[in-house]
Design a protein around this ligand. Structure first.
Ligand code: 531
Length: 360
C-alpha cells in the first residue's frame, strides 16, 4: 500500500482528544457578552459552526480578569458565574461531533477599547474603560493611546494565578482544548516583544527574560490542565518590524514550549504596533506554521486568509501544518466544512446532520 498522507478530512488525535477533521473555527471576538457572560448569541454562533462540520470549535478570546478584556463586551472566565453558559454551549458543540476549545487571554495595554462598531478606540476610565497593565509603561499608539501601568512582580503573579483559575473553570465548563493567547499585541505577546517590553528586571531584556512570563504561565496552567487534554499557544510569529519579535525567536520558543508540555503552536502574526507593514494575502502565515513544525518538532495550526478547500487541503497534505483554522471564511459560510468535503470528493468523511441530510 502506498503511504497515504494526512489530508483535510483525516481525523487528528492528540492525547485523548480526537478531531473528526483538520478544520477548526478560529477564536473570533463577538463583543456580545455582558460582564463576560456568554448568551444565546454565542450558542448560535458556535453551535452553527459545529453543525457545519468543523472538527474544532474555538470560543473567542476569553479574559482571565476583568481588566484583561479588549472591550466591555468581551468574554470572561474570571468568575464561576461564567461557567454554566459556556458549559451549555459545549454540550451542544460536542453533541454535533465537534471538540470545544477556548482561548484564554489578557489584553494588556490593548484592553479598555470600544467595540469595533463603536469605533475601536480606547475608552476613558470615566467613559466605560479601565486602567490597563503591560510589561512597560509604553502605549500601543494610534487609537489606543492609554499608557499601561508597568506590572510589578505581584501583578505578574496575580495575572498568572488568574490564568490558572480560568483554566480550572474551563475544565469544569467541558473544554477539551485550551489555547493561551500570546499573539496580536496582547499581554503575553507584549512580554515577548522588545518593542513593548523594555523592562530591566528578569522579565525583560534577553530572550530568556522576555519569554519568562509565558513559560511560567504555561507551566502553571499545564499543572492544572489534565495531561489527556490539548494545550496550545497562539504566537504572533513575527511583529513584521525590524528589531521586533521574529520567526527565529518563535522557533526557539516553540521548542521551549514543547518542553513545557505544550502540544501545538497556533501560528499567527502581527498586532504589537499600529504601523507594521504586513504582507496580508492568501496563506501568508502558513510558512511560519511550516517552519515551526519542522524546526521545533511540534504540531502546528495555520491561520490567516485560508478560504478555499483546495488551499486548506494542500496545507495539511504538504505537511505545512497539522490543522487549519478559519475565521472569516466560516463567518460567511458556517457549513464551509460540509461544502469543502463535497468539493474535495470526501463526502463520506463528513456526513451532514441527520436533520439536514435531505438538503445535502
Ligand atoms: C485581528 C488581528 C489579527 C492579527 C493581528 C492583530 C489583530 N483581531 C485579533 C483579535 C481581536 C480582534 C482583532 C484577537 O486576537 C483577540
Amino acid at each position: 500500500m502506498p503511504h497515504s498522507p494526512a489530508h483535510l478530512f483525516t481525523s487528528l488525535t492528540i492525547k485523548s482528544v480526537r478531531l473528526r477533521n483538520r478544520i477548526g473555527v478560529s477564536p473570533m471576538c463577538q463583543y456580545s457578552s455582558d460582564d463576560g457572560v456568554a448568551n444565546d448569541w454565542h450558542l448560535v454562533h458556535l453551535g452553527a459552526r459545529a453543525v457545519g462540520g468543523a472538527g474544532l470549535v474555538f470560543a473567542e478570546a476569553t479574559s482571565v480578569a476583568p481588566e484583561g478584556r479588549i472591550t466591555p463586551g468581551c468574554a470572561g472566565l474570571w468568575a464561576d458565574k461564567h461557567i454554566e453558559p459556556l458549559a451549555r454551549i459545549n454540550r451542544f458543540v460536542k453533541a454535533q461531533g465537534a471538540v470545544p476549545g477556548i482561548q484564554l487571554a489578557h489584553a494588556g495595554r490593548k484592553g479598555s477599547a470600544a467595540r469595533p462598531w463603536e469605533g475601536d478606540a480606547h475608552l476613558s476610565n470615566e467613559g466605560g474603560g479601565w486602567p490597563t497593565l503591560g510589561p512597560s509603561a509604553i502605549a500601543f499608539g494610534g487609537d489606543l493611546p492609554k499608557v499601561p501601568r508597568a506590572m510589578t512582580d505581584a501583578d505578574i503573579a496575580r495575572v498568572q494565578q488568574d490564568f490558572v483559575a480560568a483554566t480550572q473553570r474551563a475544565l469544569v465548563a467541558g473544554y477539551e482544548w485550551l489555547e493561551l493567547h500570546s499573539a496580536h499585541g496582547y499581554l503575553s505577546h507584549e512580554f515577548l516583544s522588545p518593542l513593548s517590553n523594555q523592562r530591566s528586571d528578569h522579565y525583560g531584556g534577553s530572550f530568556d527574560n522576555r519569554i519568562r512570563f509565558l513559560l511560567e504561565t504555561t507551566r502553571a496552567v499545564r499543572a492544572v490542565w489534565p495531561e489527556r487534554l490539548v494545550l496550545g499557544v497562539r504566537l504572533s510569529c513575527s511583529d513584521w518590524v525590524p528589531g521586533g519579535w521574529d520567526i527565529v525567536q518563535s522557533v526557539e520558543l516553540g521548542r521551549r514550549l514543547r518542553e513545557e508540555g505544550v502540544d501545538l503552536i497556533d501560528c499567527s502574526s502581527g498586532g504589537i504596533v499600529p504601523d507594521a507593514r504586513i504582507p496580508v494575502g492568501p496563506g501568508f502565515q502558513v510558512p511560519f506554521a511550516e517552519r515551526i513544525r519542522r524546526e521545533a518538532g511540534i504540531l502546528t495550526a495555520a491561520v490567516g486568509v485560508i478560504t478555499e478547500p483546495a488551499q486548506a487541503d494542500a496545507i495539511v497534505r504538504n505537511g505545512q501544518a497539522d490543522l487549519v483554522l478559519l475565521a472569516r471564511a466560516l463567518l460567511r459560510d458556517a457549513e464551509w466544512p460540509l461544502r469543502a468535503a463535497r468539493t474535495l470528493g470526501q463526502a463520506e468523511a463528513l456526513p451532514p446532520p441527520a436533520q439536514y441530510a435531505r438538503g445535502w
